[in-house]
Design a protein around this ligand. Sequence first.
Ligand SMILES: *Cc1c(COP(=O)(O)O)cnc(C)c1O
Length: 485
Amino acid sequence: MKNKSNLIFHKSKKGRTGVSFPDLEINEFNVSDFLGSDNLKTDEIDLPELSEPEVVRHFTNLSTMNHHIDKGFYPLGSCTMKYNPKINDSIASYKNFSSVNPNIPIDACQGSLQILYELGNLLVEITGMDDITLQPSAGSQGELVGILIMQKYHQKNNNKKTHIIIPESAHGTNPASVVLGGYEVVQVGTDSTGRVDIDDLKSKVNSETAGMMLTQPNTLGLFENNIEQISKIIHDVDGLMYMDGANLNALVGIVKPGDMGFDIVHINVHKTFSTPHGGGGPGAGPIAVLGSLSGFLPIPKIVFKNDKYTVEYDIEDSIGQIHSFFGNFLVLVRAYCYILTLGKTGLEEMSKVAIMNANYLKSILSDKYDIPYSKGTLHEFVISALPQKNRGVKALDIAKSLLDYGYHSPTIYFPINVPEAIMIEPTESETLDTLNDFANAMNKIDDLIDTNPEKLKNSPISTPVSRLNETLANRNLDVKFDDEV
Ligand SMILES: *Cc1c(COP(=O)(O)O)cnc(C)c1O
């Protein structure tokens, strides 16, 4: 075993402690006199006994066993794993934010409501929409809320609608949300440049089209140049345009979804506007909409009236409540800090540097790697490792090998319209040196295919556990440390 890190219980020594308390100044009493002896536990509690440094070292060592953004580069395509400035965490952990009880009277939490209200306004401005809900706790929940809003719109207009159009390069949550919302998925193909195939779109749109869900820029990192034409095709049959805004990191301060013909957009706050995500959360997926759809937004709605923030529950056409209270408050506080810290020009620079970094990395890597849809790359690009696979090493082996160089694996096998896809998003927060080092590692891996392919196929070897049977590891979560690992 490389990293001897037994359970904390294994390190316990009877009588060892981390604190010493002063002598009692009050007389000892029997708890059973107050609680009744029936309510007391009789068997001993098996708690670990350790010194303070042992506890600190135990958890510090554990924290470095997984890869994370504070440890190294994390070029996860689509999911935007950028460095998260510590000031956001430190402000979100102020007691007045972290301990506020959502049930306290409105008059006692005006500051918290103000933050949510103002963050909403900032996101409305960034997206060029008119109104917003901050409630959804992830992009995927935002998608579902967007679909429910579409449904309500069509019900109100007595429209008979059955399906929603999604490009083949879409994120898996898109079709899942559509089906959960009660619509059928109709898939539209990609043209030779990697964008929506307009002829195919025209052939699939009809009076039963409820709308289209489109990722802009798409998951190949490309701007859908025909967006105005696409929006018109959908609007002509009274369909609504939904933008999957998970890739907003390429657009902020440069172009607004509202100007492109979108009616609804979700924002992956935890990708674009800081908050360490991964391992399932926490996140926030606000939905911004045009004024015509504002009445359908979830309740409660925060409003500013008579010099005071209040919340409204009584909104006739609302789709209802979709999360307790106002969403993941502390994630939203981080986003508010992030946006205010960068300001208007800083946010624009953020997107531009993200685009520049992706293009820089793409240009170095294109010597040895095939990048099929490469014209117009914004914040991310997708390699096809098919040539490498033909030489004996798959995208999976390349991704696993990167762990031995200290990098998190990029997203692989997505989008599905690129065979052996490796999707790389460096984000704006990395230096030129990091990008060069990463490119060197990718190039060395390519060289190893000819000189030592076994090394790549057995990778990673420097991590706490080596190559796992991924199917088994997902189904059989055994967290015990085995001496043979
Ligand atoms: C991450 C992502 C989603 C889903 O967002 P979650 O917050 O993970 O639910 C949807 N679409 C795209 C393109 C994404 O990258």
